[in-house]
Design a protein around this ligand. Structure first.
Ligand SMILES: NC(=O)c1ccc[n+]([C@@H]2O[C@H](COP(=O)([O-])OP(=O)(O)OC[C@H]3O[C@@H](n4cnc5c(N)ncnc54)[C@H](O)[C@@H]3O)[C@@H](O)[C@H]2O)c1
Length: 259
């Protein structure tokens, strides 16, 4: 297995894309530190992984808080013996026309989606240095980190920020053999999109599922993206076949945004 014996920490691992990534990296042979704000959710998800034979630990943290992210990494190193792969996945979305975005909403989106990635990079690099190891950092950006979308401006800003952090960190830590990349999914069938679809329905009068379907229909491959599609990409980014890639924010979206 490609990452047999490695240790991976995944944030936002209780459900959606993070859970799919945790399952896939466990199947690839890694021990997994599952981190989430939702303690019951992450524990339930961990039980599922343990039942399939994976070595898993859980930790409750709010990734927008620097000290909590550092504590999550420290716990991972203590429980699982180190850290090799840091997946800064946790995030939120929110539908809001530009003219209605408040200071609080802008700060919340930035703190949870972008600042969290900065804290995750810092905590992982501190651990890699302490252990004298190289490592891989993999961040969640989005097609919304490459293109601006109407009614999603605050989200887009936070995902563009992840792309820029990914580039800066790749340049700062490349000499230490630490790689930093981002995955950029399209429209993935997860609880996040269910909530977003409901927000669009409430604010625009669209029917349940209509917004998700309309967005997903933009993919030339003709089906909505699944968490497993993202996990396949992250599996490659976490493994040795991507060793010479750094600073990239790679779109895998079924053919929706072309770069
Ligand atoms: N679903 C999509 O279409 C899509 C597309 C592109 C990028 N993304 C990105 O992928 C990542 C995962 O998205 P998803 O669709 O799986 O979302 P989701 O809402 O389905 O799951 C997110 C998980 O993150 C956790 N979380 C939320 N805020 C947190 C916090 N402050 N601290 C710790 N954990 C927290 C939640 O409890 C949940 O378990 C996000 O960064 C998202 O922006 C998603």
């Amino acid at each position: 297995m490609a990452i047999d014996g490695k240790v991976a920490l995944v944030t936002g691992a209780a459900m959606g894309i993070g859970l799919a990534i945790a399952k896939r990296l466990a199947a690839d042979g890694a021990a997994i530190a599952m981190v989430d704000l939702n303690g019951d959710g992450v524990e339930k998800a961990a039980e599922e992984l343990r039942a399939s034979g994976a070595k898993v630990t859980t930790f409750v943290a709010d990734v927008s808080k620097r000290d909590q992210v550092f504590a999550a990494v420290e716990n991972c190193a203590k429980e699982l013996g180190g850290l090799d792969i840091m997946v800064n996945n946790a995030g939120i979305a929110g539908m809001c026309p530009i003219m209605e975005i408040t200071e609080d909403e802008m700060n919340r989106m930035q703190a949870i989606n972008a600042n969290s990635v900065l804290w995750g990079i810092q905590a992982a690099v501190a651990q890699f240095r302490k252990a004298g190891t190289k490592g891989k950092i993999i961040n969640a950006s989005s097609i919304a980190g490459h293109d601006g979308f109407p009614n999603l401006a605050a989200y887009c800003v936070s995902k563009f920020a992840v792309r820029s952090l990914t580039q800066s960190a790749a340049k700062e830590f490349g000499a230490e053999g630490i790689t930093v990349n981002a995955y950029c999914p399209g429209v993935v069938a997860t609880p996040l999109w269910k909530e977003l679809d409901e927000e669009f329905a409430e604010k625009t009068g669209s029917g349940e599922g209509d917004t998700f379907e309309a967005f997903a229909a933009g993919a030339v491959l003709g089906r909505p993206q699944q968490g497993e599609d993202v996990a396949n990409q992250v599996s490659w980014m976490a493994g040795p076949d991507s060793d010479f890639m750094t600073g990239q924010a790679v779109i895998v979206d079924g053919g929706m945004v072309f770069r």
